[in-house]
Design a protein. Structure first.
Ligand code: ADP
Ligand code: MG
Length: 379
């Protein structure tokens, strides 16, 4: 590809809607998408001091009103799928604190059983389900597509096979000197020839993930889940059939919240450190890929980046989806997420809009008027 690598990495932000609990508590939305590529954060400067607004720019931003369908169509995953069908690798990962919408974005909210019963087609279907559907419909007119998949969970820097419900051994990660990349030893590959087969296997893996988490008495928000789809597509050409071997990884990262927020102690403390090691290294890998004065890309420093080594950088296309809550109570985590996302692409964000005291007061008064009107209507 003739593109610079930084152009092969898209950084997207998705701000989820306030949830029921946040609405009940009357929490304010302090973060909004003011343009297709700009997120604005309104920070309170302290009582009577007005508000400071900071604008962050990314490749694309999606606000609370964005549906799963719109996100899928506009976040840039479709070109990634074309790239995979051409025989290249791609990665899409969701980053953000627990509760920010990573799993919703990657998988969707439908329960595993509902998807197993009714298949795809729900409005809440996430990127994986929609991508599988799109892959098959893209090739339907051309030629058959065969695929296989792996599903792993990385927990505390060790790798678990999500296709094995009983065998919860941690699998070793080895380096393949011939191919120049890492692989998980003894990992199961699920063969799948149709959209339904892929979904079934994926749901089975998700079920195993929650069972494993339950049995080992831990929370799945502390682990990274990685689904890799190997796609072999064939195309008839004048001089014979050309087979292309592409691959795409979908990564639902562990919550990015900081240690002091998780009130961790003892073993949990170490665990959070290891989780952050993978996330921290992923950030370093992305930013060194985007750096024109390229230094050595630190793929080897964490299990996650070892496994993604051949799908990040080079000819791969990558989407980083930063998920955040709009609520003022999550403000510091959200700002940290936006800063991680900006740093990843070396995007220099500066405060650009400053709301003065008068403007803040007008905003406050408008809110009060709205509340009084609502009270009036209720009488
Ligand atoms: P995470 O995986 O980051 O911990 P989840 O994806 O589980 O967070 O989201 C937390 C909650 O918010 C879930 O109940 C989910 O259904 C809901 N949610 C997240 N994003 C959205 C969205 N864009 N629209 C509607 N509901 C959402
Ligand atoms: Mg989740």
């Amino acid at each position: 590809m003739g593109l610079r690598e930084s152009e092969n990495i898209r950084v997207i932000v998705r701000v989820r809607p306030l949830d029921e609990r946040e609405l009940r508590r009357g929490e304010d939305e302090n973060i909004s998408c003011v343009r297709a590529n700009t997120v604005q954060v309104a920070e309170q400067n302290g009582k009577g001091k007005g508000q400071k607004s900071v604008a962050y720019q990314f490749d694309r931003c999606f606000g609370p009103e964005c549906t799963q369908e719109l996100l899928f169509e506009e976040c840039g995953v479709l070109p990634l799928l074309d790239h995979v069908l051409e025989g290249y690798s791609s990665t899409i990962f969701a980053y953000g604190p627990t509760g920010s919408g990573k799993t919703y974005t990657i998988t969707g909210t439908g329960s595993v059983d509902r998807i197993l019963r009714n298949g795809s087609g729900d409005v809440s279907d996430g990127i994986v389900i929609r991508s599988v559907e799109a892959l098959f419909s893209k090739v339907a007119s051309r030629s058959p597509l065969t695929s296989s998949m792996t599903c792993v969970e990385i927990y505390n820097e060790s790798v678990l096979d999500l296709f094995k419900s009983r065998d919860k051994q941690h699998l070793p990660v080895k380096f393949d000197t011939m191919r120049g990349c890492f692989f998980v030893q003894d990992l199961s590959y699920g063969k799948c020839a149709s959209e339904e087969e892929i979904l079934k296997l994926y749901m089975k893996a998700l079920k195993n993930r929650s069972v494993a988490g339950h049995e080992l008495n831990r929370d799945s928000s502390r682990s990274h889940a990685l689904l890799t789809l190997y796609v072999d597509s064939m195309e008839k050409q004048e001089d014979g059939i050309v087979t292309r071997h592409g691959k795409i990884s979908f990564v639902d990262l562990a919550g990015s919240e900081r240690l002091e927020y998780s009130k961790s102690e003892g073993s949990t403390l170490k665990e959070t450190g290891a989780i952050n090691k993978s996330i921290f290294t992923l950030g370093k890998v992305i930013s060194s890929l985007c750096d024109r004065k390229r230094t050595k890309v630190p793929y080897r420093d964490s299990k996650l980046t070892q496994l993604l080594m051949d799908s990040l950088g080079g000819t791969s296309l990558t989407i980083m989806l930063a998920c955040i809550s709009p609520s003022n109570t999550n403000l510091s985590e959200s700002v940290r997420t936006l800063e991680y996302a900006s740093r990843a692409k070396n995007i220099k964000n500066k405060p650009v809009v400053l709301l003065d005291q008068q403007q803040s007061m007008v905003k406050e008064l408008q809110k009060e008027i709205e509340a009084l009107r609502a009270e009036n209507r209720a009488l």
